[in-house]
Write a protein that binds this ligand. Structure first.
Ligand SMILES: [Zn+2]
Length: 452
């Protein structure tokens, strides 16, 4: 078995401290040994400067939204007007353009230190909702994209049946729908079977939202998750309008509806969880559901700020996602969780840097079905993300404050080396696929119909 040694100038080790001179031995795709206190790199070891973290997990992504960056910033509006622009883009994608775009987006993620992505995938079918010859061809494109960019993927196959509560799918939305949950499950079963035994791919499931899945059909998705022991994610209470429509129909909040229909639990993730009642917080916490905060998207879409600290205290592990990819920078997501709470409470210090790093690494991975990732320990996936401590943003950090410096001041541009599943995919800030900016430019121009 191929074995490789990495010597980290500093490494972030459990239970949450930066340790000097750490030798990490990688056998195939996994860490086989971690030895702290090694003063100099041994002969043959690859030297990793700065602070080396476990791989970052981007727990909530819609890859194609990356092509909206900038475009949606010109005019006034709301989440709902943004959604119309997103539908216009969704109408243009086909399996080839989806592959090229997602590959470039995942390479951008790799450059930011992300080694695993949770892709919340609902663009299943062709124009008018006609299934492709292989009804999972769009999902396969996402898996191929992740593999080529060097990431592991949790492909969260999303059930999306209605345009709003009691409203049929119209226009582009028809590309998202399978008719009913039973037919969704048949397609998802085929997707799961295609990757059985392949350990870099986790096929999970998702309820798009209470807007898009009638409550009586939700148990099909919950049973699928339980039967196959795979993650189940759902968008929850991102907008007050979703809550009021839900209460009007079900006399219950979105969290209450998901709870009553077997969606919540330790394998589950409530994405956003912005506008919650105290009962919602208790239900999520008691069920052990993860909550994925996507602060850069939530502020971009004028969603609001979710009660992250209360949720954590109630029992929900917090994870992070770049969602619509207004930016892709998990350090920015991490610090926004704390900084948003400061703006609301007028108090500092709700989250420690170590807690926020845990959200970005171990808890993010566990929400995606990769419990054996996100920590620099023997037996874990060999994901090593090295952050410069000599850039204009990070220089001058004292040994005591390294995590604080990285979480509160570093950017994705400070990641200089990434090992993902034992494979070096970023070296000196360059991705193995080459010029990722050019890849993005070409792929985005193609889907916007601008030509390359
Ligand atoms: Zn989302």
């Amino acid at each position: 078995m191929p074995e490789l040694n990495y010597w980290c100038e500093l490494a972030w080790l459990p239970p949450g401290e930066a340790v000097k001179g750490v030798l990490v031995t990688v056998t195939d795709s996994m860490i086989s040994d971690v030895v702290p206190g090694v003063a100099e790199p041994p002969a043959g070891a690859v030297r990793l400067a700065g602070l080396t973290l476990p791989g970052l997990a981007n727990a909530h992504s819609h890859a194609f939204h990356r092509a909206l960056r900038g475009v949606t910033q010109r005019e006034k509006g709301s989440f709902w007007t943004w959604r119309e622009q997103m539908y216009t883009l969704a109408a243009t994608l086909d399996p080839d353009s989806y592959l090229a775009l997602a590959r470039a987006v995942y390479a951008e993620m790799a450059l930011a230190g992300i080694t695993c992505v949770g892709e919340f995938h609902y663009l299943h079918h062709g124009p008018g909702g006609r299934p492709y010859d292989d009804p999972n061809v769009m999902g396969h494109a996402l898996v191929q994209a992740a593999r080529e960019a060097g990431l592991r993927i949790a492909l969260l196959d999303t059930c999306y049946l209605t345009g709003g509560i009691g409203t049929p799918l119209t226009g582009v939305q028809q590309r998202f729908g399978d008719g009913d949950a039973e037919r969704w499950a048949i397609r998802a079963e085929a997707l799961l079977a295609a990757y059985r035994g392949e350990k870099d791919v986790e096929i999970g499931v998702a309820v798009h939202s209470v807007r898009a899945v009638p409550a009586e059909q939700m148990p099909v998705i919950g049973r699928f998750s339980a039967h196959h022991a795979v993650p189940a994610h759902a968008h929850v209470s991102e907008q007050r309008g979703e809550n009021s429509a839900c209460v009007e129909t079900y006399t219950a909040t979105p969290v209450e509806v998901l709870c009553e229909h077997d969606i919540l639990g330790p394998r589950s993730t409530a994405v956003h969880a912005t506008h919650l009642s105290d009962v919602d917080i208790a239900l999520l916490g008691q069920s052990g559901s993860h909550v994925c905060m996507c602060p850069t998207t939530e502020r971009d879409l004028a969603d609001g700020v979710g009660p992250a600290r209360k949720l954590r205290d109630a029992g929900s592990p917090i994870t992070l996602g770049s969602d619509s990819h207004a930016v892709i920078d998990l350090f920015e997501e991490a610090r926004a969780v704390e900084l948003n709470e400061r703006l609301i409470s007028e108090q500092r210090g709700h989250w420690t840097a170590a807690e926020l790093l845990c959200a970005a690494t171990a808890d993010g991975h566990s929400s995606l079905g990769f419990a054996d990732a996100g920590m620099l320990v023997p037996g874990a996936w060999a994901d090593l993300v090295s952050v410069r401590l000599d850039s204009v943003r990070t220089a001058g950090a004292s040994a005591r404050d390294l995590a604080e410096t990285v979480v509160f001041a570093a950017s994705a541009a400070d990641v200089h080396s990434v090992v993902s599943g034992g494979r070096r995919i970023v070296e000196d800030g360059r991705h193995v696929l080459g010029d990722v900016g050019a890849m993005l430019g070409e792929a985005i121009a193609a889907v916007r119909g601008e030509g390359a």
